[in-house]
Design a protein around this ligand. Structure first.
Ligand SMILES: [Zn+2]
Length: 951
């Protein structure tokens, strides 16, 4: 296993961007002197500000101060000549404003403070677009259709492992004034932070809850008050009502609150149908909103993440059985309705202005069950229904239809599923919130934002058509102040620019003045590249575009796994993850092939580079404008990340080809790989300079640390130099001497367990008639390595098997000895057999290509078959056991029967029920050494496989 000691992470006090966010927003305008146009008011000779609108709580002081600093920064003195005044005009929607500009006066009129605030920022933007202290004469009116625009602190604690830090329990100020000022200018008017009822809510039903509640509430109140001064409301986010700990004393008093049965994490589901449950929910929410005046609202994941109410017994995709005796008599939506209604009335009685946002977190790429679509039609009054905007989004990539799970900027959505949910909710009078990602998503979250505002234009255009009026703009990342936040803020207001071109130009003019057209062209190139991002969550979760520049390039195969992109240390061991490995298939299987990913990442990087070239052509004009240089730096860092991703796939594609070839032409491949390593070294040098100037690069908010940082880039550069110096020379020497390269890895030399796979002309008849047994001449093996605990019986459950093939498919033939067939079959009819887990089964684990994750083909003794591709299985049962055949077409596992080379498999017999430390128990051909489980990749260790040699 590849592993090396990595240089230590920068510590939190070295996160320079936290200090930069506190620096004044306005330091220099970089305006060139020019006379006003005839259509402009001239503020060069001074402007006095007359605050004439009502502001009883003094909420607008920050906005007036900001306007003064803005003007002073532009050398506009604050006396005489021109007047900027604010005043009242009635409006229906908060934040609506009118601006009237005449040669001597600008009036900003609104119905309440937040309209005035928006108007002030609007005239600042107008001056930035004009490139001087000038305002276009005439009137403007703007009004938001996305009324709640909720973001999150970029560097706030996530309240999850491994750190488990709670921002309400420490003394850090996560909301410094100028940071809030920046967010306010971007149009953000809400921020969310995480809470739990058990920590905050002392209720008559749960008297032991809320041990440190007062300390937390003090900080929450302070946060609410501070953010409010910038027009930003605070929302608490939670996943409630949380299923109960099995030994919760609350259940001793009120067993009816936990009658929903046990969940996967041994908790007892919360049943909302009792007086105690209703009281608890009411008091919990009422208590928070009473203790914290002006709290903006509560965002609650009601279903989908962690277990909550009895409804959690049903997966959104349809699996599961409702065990609660009460809820099983109800429609699924009624369960949610019961808990939300109690929470809503608790909130409304304390603060009628606050919003309860119920989030159905259903990120699956598979289709959802019908009951899900009943929920939006039955959303309780005053509850806003929130749904993921893109989950389930589909698109063609290189001729294959792909489906994405949660959060895409490359596929802007909405998914059909969102459209259906939003329309249903609207038809039934409910308000709808879209959960999106704004600055970046899990696609690439190690930069402050990805500059592709055209994608946001598409999103907001659809949100507007669908009548969405709330947006949760981000999860932990994708929220850094700047271009993309600003785009989302601008796109939330009427009049909405139908033309993407017009919108982009108007946005670019705020930042780039006369170069706006060039920058728009660069954004277009970025977008054209970015839309080729492989549409699979595996690429988000394990792909190399987050931190490929610090992945080693392994010339010698290591079979080293990939690591989760959103973490820097293992939640199991708390140790830093080792560097990215060479098992690249883990980032795109099974939806894409390596060839497809190579092509998609090539298009991404090449188009992105064209955009960077455009920015480089204007870069010299911004040598004194740090913010714009940093913007260019972000684009360049992304260029390097995308190039590294592409280079990593190229490198391993070449390596895998080279290891299987013969002759001196191998040297050409080796040369090509060498030039990739050299290009990576040069790119590392560039990235190093960018990182030293911009501490945001490499930082991942969910990881609460850096995916790459200068010391790690230097470490990687040394790794590249080492491999160029040693391994490349060694390989060149071997090639010149005609030696095979790593033949144990490719199977050109078989070491360890193996089995011969013969071509059997009538193999298909074994599949059609499983009682026929094994055909003549096949080689047998036994799966008899057990992971049963000592003392559990092991000796009379032999599993004998063989593999054979014909021209179209691979066959696994097996016979399982089972002394308790009758008991076993009873057990299986009693349980849900839709999954192999927990039932007697035979599993063929097959690695179709080196570096690809294993595919699993499952047959259950009870006769169930699993279908994946054209996979088929047949089973027959006898008194003393069961036997059967699996048929796996070569085409379904990307194998060409004409050119078969050895592949690796394991054949496993998993027994019903028992588990040992989370792993199923049974018998294996190869002894198991499971990893700590990884999301969607499980615990597979690629070393636990044996060879199939095709005869
Ligand atoms: Zn129930």
């Amino acid at each position: 296993m590849f592993s090396q000691v990595l240089p230590p992470q920068p510590t939190a006090d070295q996160w320079e961007f936290v200090h930069e966010l506190q620096e004044p927003l306005w330091k220099a305008h970089h305006w060139a002197a020019r006379p006003p146009h005839a259509s402009e008011a001239d503020l060069r000779h001074g402007a006095k500000i007359v605050a004439g609108s009502d502001d009883p709580d003094g909420l607008l002081a920050t906005a007036y101060d900001d306007l003064k600093r803005f003007l002073r920064t532009g050398d506009v003195c604050l006396v005489a000549d021109y007047t900027i005044e604010t005043g009242y005009t009635p409006t229906d929607i908060p934040e609506t404003f009118h601006v009237e500009v005449t040669p001597h006066r600008c009036r900003i009129l609104a119905g309440e403070t937040e309209g005035i605030r928006r108007g002030i920022f609007f005239i600042e933007d107008e001056m930035l677009r004009a490139g001087g202290p000038f305002l276009p004469l005439g009137t403007a009116e703007r009004s938001p259709f996305i009324r709640r625009r909720i973001s999150r602190c970029f560097f706030g604690p996530i309240k999850r492992p491994p750190g488990n830090r709670d921002e309400l329990m420490d003394e850090v100020d996560y909301y410094p004034d100028e940071y809030l000022n920046r967010l306010a200018h971007d149009g953000v008017n809400g921020l969310w932070l995480t809470i739990e009822f058990r920590a905050l809510c002392n209720t008559s039903i749960t008297p032991a809850y809320g041990q440190d509640a007062e300390k937390r509430l003090v900080k929450l109140r302070r946060t609410v008050d501070k953010c409010r001064r910038y027009g930003i409301q605070t929302y608490v986010f939670c996943i409630e009502p949380r299923a109960w700990e099995p030994d919760s004393p609350v259940l001793t008093r009120h067993p009816e609150m936990g009658r929903g049965g046990t969940t996967y994490d041994s908790r007892l589901l919360f049943c909302p149908f009792s007086e105690a449950a209703q009281t608890y929910l009411y008091e919990a929410v009422n208590g928070i909103f009473t203790a914290v005046p002006n709290l903006g609202g509560l965002i609650n994941i009601s279903h989908g993440e962690r277990s909550t109410s009895c409804l959690s017994a049903l997966a959104a995709t349809g699996q599961g059985t409702m065990h609660c005796p009460v809820c099983s008599q109800k429609e699924p939506w009624e369960i949610l309705h019961a808990s939300l209604s109690a929470m809503e009335s608790g909130m409304r009685d304390a603060n009628p202005q606050a919003a309860l946002i119920s989030w159905l977190y259903m990120p699956q790429s598979d289709d959802l069950a019908d009951w899900v679509y009943e929920i939006p039609a039955h959303t309780p009054e005053n509850v806003i229904l929130q749904f993921n905007f893109e989950s389930g989004v589909k698109k063609q990539q290189l001729g294959s239809l792909q489906t994405g799970g949660d959060y895409w900027l490359s596929a802007p959505g909405p998914s059909d599923r969102f459209v259906r949910v939003a329309r249903t909710a609207r038809d039934h009078g409910a308000r709808v919130s879209a959960k999106i990602q704004t600055g970046c998503s899990h696609e690439v979250a190690s930069v402050p934002f990805v500059p592709i505002p055209a994608q946001l234009h598409q999103k907001f255009s659809s949100m507007r058509e669908l009548g969405v009026d709330t947006a949760m703009l981000c999860w932990y990342f994708g929220n850094y102040p700047g271009l993309m936040n600003k785009a989302a803020g601008e796109l939330s207001f009427e009049p909405f620019s139908e033309s993407s071109e017009d919108f982009l130009l108007s946005l670019a003019q705020i930042y780039w003045g006369d170069d706006a057209q060039t920058v728009c062209e660069a954004w277009r190139r970025f977008t054209e590249g970015y839309v080729n991002y492989p549409l699979t969550n595996m690429f988000q979760y394990y792909g190399p575009v987050h931190d490929g520049p610090v992945w080693p390039l392994l010339l010698k195969p290591q079979d080293a796994p990939l690591n989760p992109t959103w973490q820097i240390s293992s939640p199991h061991t708390l140790e830093p993850f080792p560097p990215g490995g060479d098992r690249i298939g883990e980032s795109f299987c099974p939806s894409h092939t390596l060839e497809q990913v190579l092509e998609l990442t090539r298009q991404m990087t090449e188009s992105w580079d064209r955009g960077v070239a455009l920015l480089e052509s204007i870069e010299h004009r911004y040598v004194n404008d740090r913010q714009r240089l940093l913007d260019i730096g972000v684009a360049k860092a992304l260029a390097i990340q995308f190039r590294s991703g592409y280079n990593i796939f190229r490198f391993y594609d070449l390596r895998e080809k080279m290891l299987r070839m013969d002759g001196l032409e191998l040297l050409d491949l080796l040369d090509e790989m060498r030039s990739i390593a050299e290009e990576e070294l040069a790119n590392n040098q560039t990235l190093l300079a960018l990182c030293e100037r911009d501490s945001r690069l490499g930082f991942h908010s969910e990881a609460e640390g850096y995916k790459y940082y200068p010391a790690k880039i230097r470490w990687r550069m040394q790794q590249l130099r080492d491999v160029l110096f040693t391994d490349f020379s060694e390989f060149e020497h071997s090639i010149r001497n005609g030696q095979l390269l790593n033949p144990e890895y490719t199977g050109r030399k078989i070491t360890g367990p193996s089995v011969v796979c013969r071509r059997v002309p009538d193999a298909a008849s074994c599949w059609e008639n499983p009682e026929r047994g094994f055909p003549e001449g096949v080689e047998f093996r036994y799966s008899e390595v057990s992971n049963l605990a000592p003392g559990q019986e092991t000796d009379d459950r032999k599993t004998k098997w063989a593999v054979c093939r014909d021209d179209a498919a691979l066959y696994l033939l097996f016979r399982c000895v089972e002394p308790n067939m009758n008991t076993l079959l009873e057990l299986e009819t009693a349980e849900n057999t839709s999954t192999a887990i927990g039932t007697d089964s035979v599993i063929l684990k097959l690695e179709p290509r080196r570096l690809y994750p294993c595919r699993r083909f499952v047959v259950i003794a009870g006769g169930g078959t699993s279908t994946e591709g054209d996979f088929g299985a047949t089973v027959v049962r006898a008194d003393d056991g069961w036997q059967g055949t699996m048929r796996i077409p070569f085409a379904s596992i990307e194998l060409d029967p004409a050119t078969l080379t050895p592949i690796r498999i394991d054949v496993q017999r998993l027994l019903p029920g028992e588990q040992t430390s989370g792993n199923n128990v049974g018998f294996f051909w190869i002894e198991q050494h499971p990893f700590h489980p990884r999301l969607r990749l499980g615990a597979d260790n690629p070393a636990d496989l044996g060879w199939v040699v095709f005869e």
